[in-house]
Design a protein around this ligand. Structure first.
Ligand SMILES: [Zn+2]
Length: 128
């Protein structure tokens, strides 16, 4: 697991327009997290290209998103983004994983933790 998180930080990230490949994923994350749960600023998420890094097969089935403001990285299962396995998702908590906290160094303890997407949305809406 530690190995994969190092791989994630060397991943390439790019912002995709809605009309291009990856656009539906960008649309999903923009809608789900209009503000970044880590830095709480409005975020234009970038999409990770996991093609060039070696991840375990389980981690290959995830979408990686980076916030350009704080460089924090979160990931979710592709099945959630693509709305596949709907029946399963009724019973299973839809979690997002904190892969990197970017320059929010006060949040180091969150790295590698998984939280329900709803919880992250609450963080994003809370301003301290
Ligand atoms: Zn951020």
């Amino acid at each position: 697991m530690g190995d994969d998180s190092r791989q994630v930080s060397s991943m390439e990230f790019k912002r995709y327009g809605y009309m291009f490949f990856g656009g539906n994923v960008t649309q999903w994350v923009d809608k789900t997290f209009p503000s970044c749960p880590l830095c709480k600023k409005p975020s234009l998420w970038e999409l990770g290209n996991s093609g060039k890094v070696k991840l375990g097969w389980k981690n290959n089935m995830r979408n990686y998103f980076r916030c350009p403001n704080c460089m924090g990285i979160i990931s979710v299962e592709m099945a959630i983004v693509q709305k596949r396995y709907l029946i399963r998702s009724l019973f299973k908590e839809q979690n997002a994983r904190i892969e990197s906290v970017g320059n929010n160094s006060n949040l180091q303890h969150l790295i590698g933790q998984e939280y329900p997407i709803k919880t992250l949305q609450e963080w994003a809406s809370k301003t301290e």
